[in-house]
Design a binder for this molecule. Sequence first.
Ligand SMILES: *Cc1c(COP(=O)(O)O)cnc(C)c1O
Length: 338
Amino acid sequence: MIDLRSDTVTLPTPAMRAAMARADVGDDVYGDDPSVNRLQALAADMCGFENALFVASGTQANLIALMTHCGRGDEYICGQQAHNYMFEGGGAAVLGSIQPQPLTNQSDGSILLADIQSAIKPKDIHFAQTKLLSLENTIGGKVLSTSYLASAQKLAFKHRLRTHLDGARVANAAVAQNVSLADICQYFDSVSICLSKGLCAPVGSILLGDEQFIEKAKRWRKMLGGGMRQAGVIAAAGELALTQQVERLADDHYHAQLLATELSQVAGLSVELSRVQTNMVFVRLDDQHEPQTMADALLAQGIKIYPGRDIRLVLHKDIHRRDIRTIVDGFKSCLATS
Ligand SMILES: *Cc1c(COP(=O)(O)O)cnc(C)c1O
């Protein structure tokens, strides 16, 4: 099966399985798990932060970050398309009593600085208090430039806002720009990173911040049910995600370029090549084809996609160079018959 739905479907590598089997473990709620401690130290070091916290998921990492930066009645600014606004069940509002202030994402994924500036509420009893600017990188497969991040940070600093990066796929952004994780993370007070997407660990995310932030975050993690015991079994895979899988993302990006170029020449599909910056390809299906029929036909050929008029195809470790041809041929034959 060629599964293009997401990079979350990646399976752990044999090296990860072996590391998990032999991992030294302890009770991480007491801070006693050597494998978790090693992963957290490694992540903090790679990203240029004082400390890090291993958490169950990206959703949990974002929620903990929002609850650590903001209190009841506070507000965070984010993109209208932000994962921590759109796809996390409204957790910040439901569990944190934090109000989101979503703003339009431009076609490059950024939020206009002027929009951010005018959304910051004055100190007045009528308003929620704006405390945090939350950005996402990559967003929809697109990379925010470091110069944009620098100006967003400057604006936030001027208005005494804290900054959070939902960096679920920040490693893709770093590889695409040929910069280090720390080069991107330096503009933020906190960053969340998914180890279980393109980096192919089975479970887990990392939340980064300074000592004080991580101390507070640990309390929220416990309260949210995220204090894990012998978590070193999964942290061992997370360590290899950071040491062995980051540079490999360049293959996924290359495959995305190949696939986009090929599909852009197929009648019945349109592909915006400028949108292909990392491991995602967005394909629009012409009106004469029905999305569900198309998805069913592809599935019969061993290719899994989410049905839709705008189809997101995600490249990852378990899709190889030779699969690109199979995918393109699959689309061609399904378009011819559906
Ligand atoms: C996947 C994702 C998350 C959430 O991660 P989970 O581990 O699935 O909870 C958060 N933000 C972004 C941008 C993501 O793509």
